[in-house]
Ligand binder design. Structure first.
Ligand SMILES: Nc1nc2c(ncn2[C@@H]2O[C@H](COP(=O)(O)OP(=O)(O)OP(=O)(O)O)[C@@H](O)[C@H]2O)c(=O)[nH]1
Length: 650
């Protein structure tokens, strides 16, 4: 019997309980409806809240929802089962008997990974974001499983600090955390198409998935999400390195450095809120920009401790001992050793050195190849690259510079000359540091400017009194609705609304009260308007409603609802005086002969004028070139509603 089945049969694995288990079972049945699941979800207020939050932060500019069954529709039935299970595991396993296993940190990391996987899913559309959230939450569940099934042994194994923990797990338990995760995900009903990429996410290169295939993209997505979570929980000293590699991973998904920074900051903000919801810890982090800054270079080199990292690539460490000793003692640089070009490259990616010293003698072809490959990486472009050879003859000298070296030094150079040559490197590093600081500041300024520009654009389209789109915003909304209607052939109507006798209100109660009336009318209209309608204040006491996908009959019904809402608004002026309000409405629909938005608005305006002329507090329609008065909006015949004009009670 496979090892996983044995452990499972022993009943030692983490598994969902109660409502979550029932939901999972229900989700697995063919005849289950959303309402069945919604009823069950509603019996667990915490789960309801979490699913609503997930649905309301799913992106895509959806309107907010408050009903559980709508949330389930948005999330999808399958994902609901998996999420219920994930949340149930979080709730049950915040503590446990495995002493060396930090349960809370485990969930904190898993949650951050889940949010990162969801965000990457949104950006890449490689899979449904909510499915990715569930997979991210459980992508390392195998560790929890081992901690739960073998608390004492696993604790000892963790404390031993094995350099190959997976091999140690296989040796001790007959299964490692990755295999355990895969088996559990499949057991929980997560499809192979997602479970396998999760399995490979810690070592994507081990998978046999062909490049650019969906499984490969998913594997890299989980790998990137895991890396992002590592950065979120990393110690301060390693953040800059991890941030650098996250930027490189972002490049796989065509996300540039700025995009990575914005994405990270957004995910971390969500992490904080979700962590509170799940009662697990989240680290308070500085912005990604700050975390990715490289440590500054010391201004005074000699003898001072410095954060400059030097990578020395040589098969013969003794041949670079003089320069290594000088760099450490005189300049305070930290040196690291790589045995060949391949090791040098992977170390360079991980540690992001400031200076690289390459021994070109052993063997020279691979040394020059290493220099070229290093220069091809983002970080390698700005590294100070020193090539050292036993003899600096013309051939070695030219080859060194052709492969990208900044300088070529002889290994037997005396201490004084070496020191002088290194001053050039130090000066370069100082300039690079100053340039990077300027760059960070410029980026900061650019992003602040972009934010202010966006805010300004928003303000330019918004009426400050009511918070509704203004004329400019309204005309843009109408132009969009017009184009959409041209493309889809869907109906389009507009309503022009005007408050009746508004001048009298101003004259009698003052402009300040008039402003309050405008605010209240705006709010009243907004709460009564359909979510698909765009409501704007396009002039003093004039409003426009763009009704996309709405035919004349339903627009008239909606207009009547708005008219009634304002007629019953019941505003009270300063001395407790009741002020009656009413609006007149002109409706026009886009017809075969309506050649432009201007013509459509002109028709609605004519209808509004007619409504005013006919006595106000009513709805008139311009259709097929004719004005229609009289006839109830609901029946489609009597278009006129109400009587008399709204005005301050005399
Ligand atoms: N308080 C306030 N008044 C405004 C604002 N914008 C326009 N007005 C006033 O709105 C009034 C509009 O008056 P009119 O165009 O004569 O229309 P009315 O009195 O509503 O009469 P009818 O539209 O014919 O029913 C004017 O007195 C404007 O000064 C505003 O932002 N605040």
């Amino acid at each position: 019997m496979p090892r996983f089945e044995e452990i499972k049969l022993a009943g030692q694995l983490p598994s969902p309980k109660g409502v979550a288990l029932a939901i999972m079972n229900l989700c697995g049945r063919d005849d289950t409806t959303i309402d069945d699941i919604a009823r069950l979800v509603q019996t667990d207020p915490a789960l309801s809240g979490r699913l609503l939050r997930l649905a309301n932060t799913s992106g895509g500019g959806h309107r907010p929802i408050a009903a559980v069954n709508e949330a389930l529709l948005r999330i999808g039935m399958k994902a609901v089962g998996q999420l219920a299970m994930g949340f149930s595991l979080v709730d049950q396993f915040k503590e446990g008997p495995c002493k060396a296993f930090d349960y809370r940190s485990f969930w904190s990391h898993s949650l951050l990974m889940a949010l990162a996987a969801r965000e990457l899913g949104r950006l890449t559309r490689v899979a449904a974001p909510e499915d990715l959230f569930a997979c991210g939450l459980m992508a390392n569940i195998g560790s929890l499983a081992l901690a739960t099934a073998f608390p004492v042994e696993y604790s000892a194994l963790l404390e031993s600090g094995s350099h190959d923990p997976l091999a140690a797990e296989r040796e001790t338990f007959g299964i490692d955390r990755r295999e355990c995760t895969l088996a559990m995900l499949e057991d929980f009903g997560i499809p192979k198409a997602l479970a396998e990429p999760v399995f490979y996410h810690l070592a994507p290169d081990e998978s046999q998935f062909s490049d650019a295939s969906r499984p490969s993209r998913l594997t890299w997505l989980f790998h990137t999400a895991h890396h992002l979570a590592d950065l979120g929980v990393a110690a301060e000293a390693t953040r800059s390195q991890l941030a650098g590699s996250l930027i490189r991973l972002g490049g796989r998904f065509e996300i540039d450095a700025d995009g990575t920074a914005t994405m990270f900051d957004r995910i971390v903000a969500e992490w904080d809120q979700w962590a509170r919801l799940l009662e697990i810890p989240a680290t308070s982090l500085p912005s990604f920009e700050r975390m990715s800054e490289t440590p500054p270079v010391a201004a005074e080199p000699d003898g001072a401790a410095s954060s400059v990292r030097v990578l020395m690539v040589t098969a013969c460490p003794t041949s670079v001992t003089p320069i290594s000793t000088l760099l450490q003692s005189a300049f305070g640089y930290r040196t690291y050793l790589a045995g060949d070009g391949d090791e040098g490259l992977s170390m360079a990616v991980a540690m992001l050195p400031h200076v690289v010293v390459v021994d070109a003698d052993t063997p020279s072809a691979s040394a020059h190849d290493f220099c070229r490959r290093l220069r091809a990486t983002d970080w390698g472009k700005s590294v100070y690259l020193i090539v050292m050879t036993a003899t600096v003859d013309e051939r070695n000298f030219v080859a060194a510079f052709e492969s990208g070296a900044d300088t070529c030094l002889c290994k037997s150079l005396g201490d004084a000359r070496l020191r002088a040559a290194m001053r050039a490197a130090h000066r370069y590093l100082g300039l690079l540091d100053a340039w990077q600081t300027d760059r960070v500041q410029l980026k900061q300024i650019a992003s602040e400017l972009a934010v202010s520009n966006r805010k300004l654009e928003q303000v330019a389209r918004t009426d400050l009194l009511t918070g509704l789109p203004n004329r400019r915003g309204g005309m843009e909304a109408l132009a969009r609705a017009w184009s959409a209607s041209n493309r889809s052939g869907e109906a389009l109507c507009v309503m022009m609304l005007d408050i009746d006798w508004f001048k009298r209100i101003n004259d009698r109660y003052g402009h300040a009260f008039g402003d309050r009336v405008l605010e209240q009318v705006g709010a009243g209209l907004r709460s009564e308007a359909r979510s698909s309608d765009t409501l704007c204040r396009i002039g003093g006491e004039e409003f426009l409603v763009v009704c996309s996908g709405s035919d004349l009959r339903s627009t008239m019904t909606a207009a009547e609802r708005l008219r009634r809402a304002i007629a019953t608004l019941g505003l009270v002026a300063g001395e407790g005086e009741q002020v009656e309000l009413s609006i007149s409405v002109g409706i026009a629909q886009k017809e075969a002969g309506t050649s432009s938005t201007d013509v459509l608005l002109g028709n609605a305006d004519k209808a509004l004028y007619a409504a005013k002329h006919a006595g106000r507090n009513r709805i008139c329609v311009m259709a097929h070139g004719k004005l229609h008065h009289g006839g109830a909006p609901v029946s489609g015949e009597d278009l006129t509603r109400g009587s008399g004009a709204a005005r301050p009670k005399k």
